[in-house]
Design a protein around this ligand. Structure first.
Ligand code: TMP
Length: 233
């Protein structure tokens, strides 16, 4: 099958059905716009299982996604969508670039969940944008589409936050990507994995996500295995 697109964490292949694609999860790890690169055996398979379980959970909560089913250790079958070039970041607790940009102390619980838009463009380093930039850049047609992104992101956060709390994990922040399906509905796409989320242990605040790679903390695979184990518990 034809390779349609290769990103930092996944390869996207065509299928015999023009409305469906296969997403292959790679073992590659990148950070800081791919200035730091690495590889972790089984990371792709762990992310594939984690994303499958989380998309299935969201379906039970009435949230539409591109996910159809898991095909094998590293691949999922998905509805083909046209990706909206906006990275929608949802934050419950301050860390990462929010702390750097605005000086909000690391670990401070935000009194209101924050939704941010970043322009998905590697050569520009995925800059933070506002509503007017998103419309100017024609990422979306109008502000109503941005409201759809915000509303869905909040609903996904509500579902995931309470799910992870039952698993003794704090959902600190995460990044979502949306796409338009053949009927032009805006649905969740891409992945939900420890590559794209931050999870802290509820008691110890131990980081169980890609920050272990970003910050050189080690035990990356152990962290991803722990997240999967808790999801399946
Ligand atoms: P940030 O604090 O570095 O802006 O990251 C916010 C969240 O978005 C965090 O959960 C990691 C995720 N993220 C990605 O998935 N891809 C990216 O390219 C970046 C910068 C962050």
């Amino acid at each position: 099958m034809e390779l349609l697109y290769e990103g930092k964490g996944k390869k996207i292949f065509s299928t015999t059905n023009p409305q469906e694609i296969r997403a292959f999860f790679k073992d590659d790890l990148t950070a800081f716009n791919a200035q730091k690169r690495g590889k972790e055996s089984q990371k792709g398979a762990l992310n594939c299982q984690i994303t499958s379980a989380l998309f299935e959970l969201l379906h039970t909560k009435g949230i539409k996604t591109h996910y159809i089913r898991q095909l094998n250790d590293n691949e999922i079958l998905c509805h083909k969508v046209q990706i909206i070039p906006i990275e929608v970041v949802v934050r419950n607790v301050a860390t990462g670039s929010l702390t750097k940009r605005l000086g909000i102390p690391e670990g401070q619980v935000l009194h209101k969940t924050l939704i941010e838009f970043y322009y998905k463009n590697d050569s520009l380093g995925d800059p933070l944008i506002n509503d007017e930039h998103a419309i100017l850049l024609q990422c979306v047609q109008d502000v109503q589409e941005l409201e759809v992104l915000r509303k869905q992101a909040r609903a996904i956060n509500t579902a995931l936050k309470s799910f992870f709390l039952q698993k003794n994990l704090k959902l600190i922040d995460f990044k979502l990507e949306f796409g338009k399906d053949s009927a032009q509905n805006i649905i969740l796409a891409d992945e939900i994995t420890p590559d794209s989320c931050r999870f802290w242990d509820k008691e110890s605040n131990e980081k169980l996500d890609k920050d272990r790679f970003r910050q050189g903390l080690g035990d990356v695979k152990m962290a991803y295995q722990e997240v999967l184990k808790r999801i399946l518990q």
